[in-house]
Design a protein around this ligand. Structure first.
Ligand SMILES: C[S@@+](CC[C@H](N)C(=O)[O-])C[C@H]1O[C@@H](n2cnc3c(N)ncnc32)[C@H](O)[C@@H]1O
Length: 263
């Protein structure tokens, strides 16, 4: 692997630190007890970092998201790690009846709510629900959603660049599919994953301990696409595909996928 590709992550890390550092220093200045709340500091940092990077990352993935989300998402949609709400802009309102966002970083909720409202999803009409828990809190998610027919409530589970950050990812992903997605429902994902190339994977694992400190636990070296495939019990969907124009040596190895749960 070229050394320039292995270290290409440093400018992004530098930009994120410059975007997030001052807000953190100011927040600690106003509320010194934040020093005892590393989680909250990480949320403040991520809020500002994603304000800097979110639109660009979304723009780069637009074509993939347009083919992944717009034609497929339907019914009650659960978007884990909804962030500032970028996914909402890809939903077809005539097919998506309710948008449920799981976003533990409450600093992001105002922007998320604004984006949802602009797309016609609001809490007052019952078409929007924002949950402040993590995706791993499956019982909280379930208790917040009606299950009138007795089966799991979600038609479409969406994860965009989130499974890199959730704790106990294999247990959480499998739990969400088993308990939250209804039979015949689907998962749509776009994630950065462990590269198929050993040398790139080595560098992804090398950088992960640094990267995750700043980016809310984000790991560069999770084989997320394989974990989802291996859950089994799939009845259809296009499976996993790569995204166009990706450089082989890139430390962000993007994969998209759609799997339909057996009915
Ligand atoms: C890289 S951002 C992606 C945001 C959004 N999906 C998008 O495409 O713009 C990752 C998001 O996952 C959220 N997140 C972190 N830990 C999480 C968890 N345990 N459960 C759900 N979301 C989580 C972060 O707060 C952040 O908003």
């Amino acid at each position: 692997m070229r050394i320039s590709a292995a270290f290409a992550i440093l400018p992004e890390l530098y930009l994120a630190i410059t975007a997030g550092l001052w807000p953190i220093i100011l927040a600690i200045y106003h509320t010194p007890s934040l020093l005892l709340q590393p989680h909250e500091l990480s949320y403040i940092f991520m809020f500002h970092a994603w304000r800097l990077f979110g639109d660009g990352v979304d723009g780069n993935a637009r074509a993939t998201k347009q083919s992944l989300i717009t034609p497929h998402a339907y019914g009650v949609v659960l978007d884990i790690g909804a962030g500032h709400g970028h996914t909402i802009n890809y939903l077809d309102h005539s097919r998506v009846t309710k948008y449920v966002a799981v976003e533990p970083n409450t600093h992001m909720h105002a922007e998320l709510r604004r984006t949802a409202s602009a797309a016609g999803y609001t809490e007052s009409t019952g078409t929007l629900l924002i949950l402040s828990c993590g995706a791993e809190h499956i019982s909280t998610i379930l208790s917040s959603l009606p299950t009138p027919l007795g089966h799991p409530p979600i038609d479409t589970l969406i994860s965009i660049l989130t499974m890199c950050s959730i704790p106990s990812p294999q247990i959480t992903i499998s739990g969400l599919i088993t308990e939250v997605v209804r039979p015949g429902g689907q998962i749509l994902f776009y994630e950065h994953c462990l590269s198929d190339r050993k040398d790139v994977g080595w560098w992804q694992s090398f950088w992960t301990p640094f990267w995750r400190v700043f980016f809310g636990g984000c790991c560069l070296d999770r084989p997320t696409q394989r974990w989802i495939e291996d859950i089994g019990g799939w009845a259809g969907g296009e499976g996993v595909w790569d995204t166009n124009g990706e450089m082989e040596e890139h430390l962000f190895f993007y994969r998209a996928g759609r799997f339909v749960k057996a009915g």
